[in-house]
Design a protein around this ligand. Structure first.
Ligand SMILES: [Zn+2]
Length: 330
């Protein structure tokens, strides 16, 4: 009985919350961060992947309640103090093929703009970012356990695979990219019995092709930004290495889209994941904005090279999260 009452109260509270209009927030922009949109979660569920209907209902909600503008318009409007009412920007990190195949038709249907940040090494390739490579290999392996750096990791069920993968990912994230790439290839070798695994065209981790990018660019709905060449955490690299990663990705994005790339998103994007050297390289390559993954809303006084975002994952309570963003950060 008690639980029924609690349930009823929860329903009432959530209705009150979602029916409450977003107050006019002049001068504030919320930048949403997505990664992938899929028909269904892979065997090892991934927070970064939203189901198609989940994504569509969020886009519809944004369309009904916000002015959804492009990132470049938001940057200008914030600078000129001309942001009126609840305003949102949609961004995608990494550059997955499902951004084109699943998200883009929805964005077109509702006519909402978005910016996609490309990890340029993997465009037109069958390779993907190391995290996706591991996610794919753990899903496919038939081994029941593995030894890694002196630890015995259980692979006996999807749940134990998910946990073991999380352990490896969090340890590797702290390493230099060269160590990460070496370890990833050794792990895939081991899990596949030396055969390797292929990131199939249907994989949620398959990356965009340049044709897909050009098609989206032609629509005038999608802008593109750089997200480094190989997706390292920049603070772990020397200044010279950071420069190479950034310059190369900016060049490739500009080349493919036939437009000068002016915006950047930091891989991992937390406050420890980039340095002053990173920001100064971005200035030298003429970026007019850079996005972190720190939580917050963007205002006129927000440093333009550290725009915060609202990261949306598959367990995000979208509407509640948006209300919370405003109550916490504005
Ligand atoms: Zn990323």
């Amino acid at each position: 009985m008690k639980s029924m009452i609690n349930k009823a109260l929860e329903v009432i509270a959530s209705r009150a919350l979602t029916s409450r209009k977003f107050k006019q927030r002049n001068g504030e922009v919320v930048v949403l961060m997505y990664h992938g949109v899929v028909n269904s979660q892979p065997d090892i569920p991934d927070w970064c992947l939203l189901r198609e209907e989940q994504f569509e209902s969020q886009i519809k909600f944004l369309k009904d309640n916000f002015n959804v503008v492009s990132l470049s318009d938001a940057v200008e409007d914030l600078k000129n103090d001309t942001v009126n009412g609840p305003t949102a920007v949609i961004t995608f990190d990494d550059g997955y093929q499902n951004n084109y195949e699943i998200a883009f038709p929805i964005l077109k249907k509702y006519q909402v703009p978005a910016t996609i940040y490309l990890t340029t090494k993997y465009i037109d390739s069958e390779e993907t970012i190391w995290t996706g490579t591991l996610q794919d290999a753990f899903g496919k392996t038939t081994l029941n356990k593995m030894e890694w750096r002196g630890e015995s990791l259980d692979l006996g069920s999807m749940e134990s695979k998910r946990k073991s993968l999380a352990t490896i990912k969090s340890m590797l994230k702290k390493e230099h990219l060269s160590v990460i790439e070496q370890s990833t290839s050794e792990i895939v070798d081991y899990l596949s019995g030396g055969e390797g695994f292929r990131i199939e065209p249907s994989s949620p981790y398959r990356m965009l092709s340049s044709d897909m990018i050009q098609n989206m660019a032609k629509s005038n709905l999608i802008e593109f930004g750089a997200h480094t060449h190989r997706h390292p955490i920049l603070s772990g690299l020397s200044s010279q290495e950071q420069r190479e990663e950034i310059e190369r990705s900016v060049e490739i994005v500009s080349e493919i889209t036939h437009a000068r790339c002016r915006t950047f998103a930091y891989p991992n994007g937390g406050e420890d994941d980039f340095t002053e050297a990173t920001v100064s390289v971005l200035g030298e390559v003429n970026m007019s904005s850079a996005l972190s993954t720190m939580m917050g809303v963007c205002k006129k006084e927000t440093p333009i090279m550290e725009y915060p975002r609202y990261g949306v994952g598959d367990d995000t309570d979208f509407k509640r999260g948006l209300h919370n963003m405003y109550s916490k950060y504005s």
